[in-house]
Design a protein around this ligand. Sequence first.
Ligand SMILES: NC(=O)c1ccc[n+]([C@@H]2O[C@H](COP(=O)([O-])OP(=O)(O)OC[C@H]3O[C@@H](n4cnc5c(N)ncnc54)[C@H](O)[C@@H]3O)[C@@H](O)[C@H]2O)c1
Length: 306
Amino acid sequence: MIKKKILVTGAAGFIGSKICSELLKKKYTVIGCDDFSSGLKKNVIKGIKFLNIDLSNKKKISILPKNIDYIFHLAGQSSGEKSFEDPINDLNRNFITTYNLIDFAKKNFIKNFFYASSMSVYGNSVSKANINANCKPLSYYGLHKKLSEDYIIKNSNNFNFIIFRIFNVYGPGQDLLNEKQGMVSIYLASLLKKSKIVVKGSLNRFRDLIYIDDVVEIWIEALKNKKMQNRIINLGTGQKIKVIKMLEILKKLHVKKSKIIIKKNTPGDQHGIYSDKSLLKFIYKRKFINTKEGFKKFYNWAKKLN
Ligand SMILES: NC(=O)c1ccc[n+]([C@@H]2O[C@H](COP(=O)([O-])OP(=O)(O)OC[C@H]3O[C@@H](n4cnc5c(N)ncnc54)[C@H](O)[C@@H]3O)[C@@H](O)[C@H]2O)c1
């Protein structure tokens, strides 16, 4: 049987590279692209066809191979905080890339488009987020993700789509030098380096943390699971965890004494959000890796790097 060809954008990033690796193991033909704006060369998986292109540049898109079965669009600027520093950069990376890829998909009759959106689209409108809740993004990042979602749906008579509203992903492979994206990785990196954790915002804020392997598995499952097609899906575990609890687990893993320093929160920070997973449960029955186990795996991986 001929295996499908999948274009993975953001292939040098945290989630994209892990997805490429899993697709290769399953014998799909993988074409990856990235412009290394935040992604790392070492993340590019051997065995994929790789193209170094900036997807916000329309002319560059034309060099992509045309006979693609699926586009997995994960390229983007992934920090809410950074989106305030340069909103136009965020617009280019999170919306213009989507706009260009949709245009490319339509012209080349590509039939499937899966998109990495974010729980940031909800803002503070709800704490237990259901996909039908009002979206009131607080950051430019959330705003541009929402714009991409709307644009995909507007064009969806041309292809099947899945929009994943991804919650907070963590785990091995995350860039520990990036101090502006990834709540758990930021805390873990500073704990290992200085034995102190700087928390920007209240310890009572809460999130829905999802381990990287679970995220990858669900994207791959979406290739076969017809019930997932043409939907917006919350990609979270449905478990609410407060920042204070996250720190407690991390501190227990760390043998050295550590302290917590609390600072002002970052612009556009959501107070608390977790996923209503009723839809995910219905279309995909799976037990998620629990937080303690996930943190332990992440900690042990990160410790080896130090
Ligand atoms: N990690 C999370 O917790 C999380 C949560 C919600 C949504 N997401 C979304 O999932 C996607 C992947 O996240 P990640 O954590 O792997 O982020 P990441 O920053 O590690 O990966 C994004 C990749 O996109 C690349 N990129 C950016 N602009 C580009 C452009 N114009 N052309 C080509 N490549 C470009 C970057 O170089 C980077 O390698 C992102 O779109 C992010 O917004 C992530």
